[in-house]
Design a protein around this ligand. Structure first.
Ligand SMILES: [Zn+2]
Length: 237
C-alpha cells in the first residue's frame, strides 16, 4: 500500500466493502463487525488535518490522539486550537496521546499524570476527552494494561484481545493490511495510522522526513518575521 491520500481512501473503501462498521472506542460493542481508526499525532497537526479531511470526504470519522508534551507542536497555541477545532468540526473525536517519558512517576502513579493531561486537553479544546493512547510506551507500562475509570486505554487489553491490531509505525505495515481485511478472518479491527506518513504523492521515507525538516525551517523563519521587525535586513547583514 502506498502512503498517499488516494491509497488511504482505497483502504477505507476496502473496509466498507468488507462490511466493517467505522466505530469509536465508546460505541464499538454495538457492532459485531467493526473497525476503530486511531491516529496518533506525533509531529504535525497540519498533516492530521489533511487526513481528517480525507476521511470526512468519505463520510467517515475516527479518533485523533493529541500530545500535550510534544517538542513539535504546541496544542495551546492559537494555530493549534484552530487546527484541532477543524478536526473536531469534521466530525472526529479527540483523545489524549500520552508520553510517559515526560514524567518521573516512581512515587506518583502514571494515572495521576494521564488524568491531569486529559483535563488540560479537555479545558483547552472545550471537548470531552474519554480515551488515551500511549506514545512509545515501555514494555512494563504496556503489560500493566492501565485501567483508568472514565478514560479508555487504546492500548488496553480489550483492544488487543478482541481486535486484530494493525499499525503503520515507522511508515511500514508489519502485516499485509489489505489481505487481512479481505481475509474475512477478523470481526474487529483496530488500525493505527500516523497522518505524518501520508502525502498527495508517494514519497520514500527519506524524502518524507527531509520535507518535514525543511518545512520546519521556513515556518520558524516566518514565525520570527512576525515577532522581529526588519528580520530580513538583520539576517542579510
Ligand atoms: Zn506517538
Amino acid at each position: 500500500m502506498q502512503f498517499t491520500y488516494k491509497a488511504y481512501i482505497s483502504l477505507l473503501d476496502l473496509l466498507r466493502k468488507n462490511n466493517y462498521h467505522f466505530c469509536a472506542y465508546d460505541n464499538y460493542p454495538r457492532n459485531s463487525r467493526c473497525v476503530i481508526l486511531r491516529h496518533d499525532i506525533d509531529y504535525s497537526l497540519e498533516q492530521a488535518i489533511k487526513l481528517a479531511e480525507t476521511e470526512s470526504s468519505q463520510g467517515i470519522s475516527s479518533t485523533y490522539f493529541v500530545l500535550l508534551t510534544s517538542d513539535f507542536y504546541n496544542p495551546a497555541s492559537s494555530a493549534s486550537y484552530q487546527a484541532l477545532h477543524r478536526i473536531i468540526e469534521l466530525g472526529h473525536n479527540i483523545g489524549l496521546h500520552f508520553d510517559e517519558t515526560a514524567y518521573i512517576y516512581d512515587v506518583i502513579p502514571l494515572e495521576y499524570y494521564i488524568r491531569k493531561e486529559a483535563r488540560i486537553l479537555s479545558d483547552l479544546l472545550d471537548v470531552n476527552i474519554n480515551c488515551f493512547s500511549l506514545h512509545r510506551p515501555n514494555r512494563i507500562t504496556l503489560e500493566t494494561g492501565l485501567r483508568i475509570p472514565g478514560l479508555t486505554n487504546a492500548y488496553g487489553e480489550e483492544f488487543f484481545m478482541g481486535f486484530k491490531y494493525l499499525s503503520d509505525s515507522r511508515r511500514r505495515w508489519r502485516e499485509p493490511i489489505e489481505d487481512i481485511i479481505k481475509s474475512n478472518k477478523y470481526e474487529r479491527l483496530h488500525i493505527l495510522t500516523h497522518a505524518f506518513w501520508y502525502h498527495e504523492h508517494e514519497q520514500n521515507l527519506h524524502d518524507s522526513l527531509n520535507e518535514f525538516i525543511n518545512t520546519a525551517s521556513s515556518e520558524r523563519l516566518s514565525g520570527l518575521r512576525e515577532n522581529i521587525t526588519d528580520l530580513d535586513s538583520i539576517l542579510n547583514d
